[in-house]
Design a protein around this ligand. Structure first.
Ligand code: PHE
Ligand code: CO
Length: 311
């Protein structure tokens, strides 16, 4: 297709083409176009204590629920040494393993800037940490979600390559005005993915790994569907960001994830795709390879805020 004639330069910050549907974000005045903070925040004693408490709470829940790559990653990077990790130290250690670094940003950043950092193996991490009022749940990704949830997985070489490939994939998604579709793939893999380990399922998604309830719900709950990942299906699936997931998608291995995504021609995929989603996030469809057909009890009883139990 003639679509392919312009090669992308992944080292240059791309421009968001006019007319592309994306969330507008206003850049704070002290930041340049890369959205990077000049330095990581200096955390107070209480902020460092919040990190430690969150860390220990997760470590109670995650053995037997988080995947091996994640648990090994937390150890190799020694994320429990006390206090919010220093990004420079983390970047040096992670850099030696897979060439990734961790860079501070103030908040969610625009899609094109996010793609550019990932394509260059820089993981943008929120600088701030949640307060005690928002200890259990915050919608904005803070340093605990970003560093504890995402960074350990970047020690896995195949996963590390997937994240970079995902960033590069942003260029095509912008050209086709299909950012929501690529966003759904991120959501159901990087944020909420499950991976097979032998006969068991384990979490590799950061949204699962950084919260106390979802790890139990995703692995043991009867409510959620668990379906084998199919890229063409997932990019057509709606997602909600403010509740436990009704459906989790499962990969055989990180090689499987890499092959399915990098091996699919997304130009052709986007050409076939409408601007919106086809499937509700609760749906199980004919082509699904279903591991567990969920009861959806939690969501049918009203989900978040209703008092329904996450069963
Ligand atoms: N294979 C995709 C393309 O044709 C790229 C991609 C890689 C998409 C990884 C998602 C994740 O550009
Ligand atoms: Co995240």
């Amino acid at each position: 297709m003639t679509d392919n004639i312009v090669p992308f330069d992944y080292e240059r910050l791309p421009e968001m083409p006019d007319g592309v549907y994306t969330a507008p974000l206003r850049r704070p005045a002290h930041l340049a176009q890369d959205w990077l903070e000049p330095a990581q925040r200096r955390y107070t004693g209480d902020e460092n204590a919040i990190w430690d408490e969150l860390y220990h709470r997760q470590m109670e829940v995650l053995p037997g629920r988080a995947c091996t790559a994640f648990l090994e990653g937390t150890e190799r990077l020694d994320l429990g040494r006390g206090g919010v990790p220093d990004f420079e130290r983390l970047s040096a250690e992670l850099g030696a393993l897979t060439g990734w670094s961790v860079v501070p940003v103030p908040m969610l950043i625009p899609d094109h800037v996010f793609f550019w950092h990932l394509a260059n193996r820089r993981f943008p991490a929120g600088n701030f940490i949640r307060t005690r009022d928002t200890f259990d749940y915050i919608q904005e990704p803070d340093v605990f979600h970003d560093v504890f949830g995402h960074v350990p997985m970047l020690t896995d070489p195949v996963y590390a390559d997937y994240m970079q490939a995902y960033g590069r994939a942003g260029w095509k998604a912008m050209r086709h005005n299909r950012l929501k579709a690529l966003g759904a793939l991120y959501w159901y893999t990087v944020e909420f993915g499950l991976v097979k380990e032998g006969d068991a399922l384990r979490a590799y998604g950061a949204g699962i790994l950084s919260g106390p309830r979802e790890a139990v719900f995703a692995i043991e709950g009867q409510s959620p569907n668990r379906v084998m990942l199919n890229v063409d299906r997932v990019v057509r699936t709606d997602y909600v960001i403010d509740d436990l997931q009704p459906t989790y998608f499962v990969i055989e291995s990180f090689d499987d994830l890499f092959r399915q995504t990098v091996g699919r021609d997304f130009d052709r995929l986007y050409q076939a795709l409408g601007p919106g989603f086809t499937y509700a996030n609760t749906a199980v469809i004919d082509v699904d390879d279903v591991l567990h057909h969920g009861t959806l009890e939690y969501h049918l009883r009203g989900g978040r805020g209703s008092g329904a139990k996450p069963v």
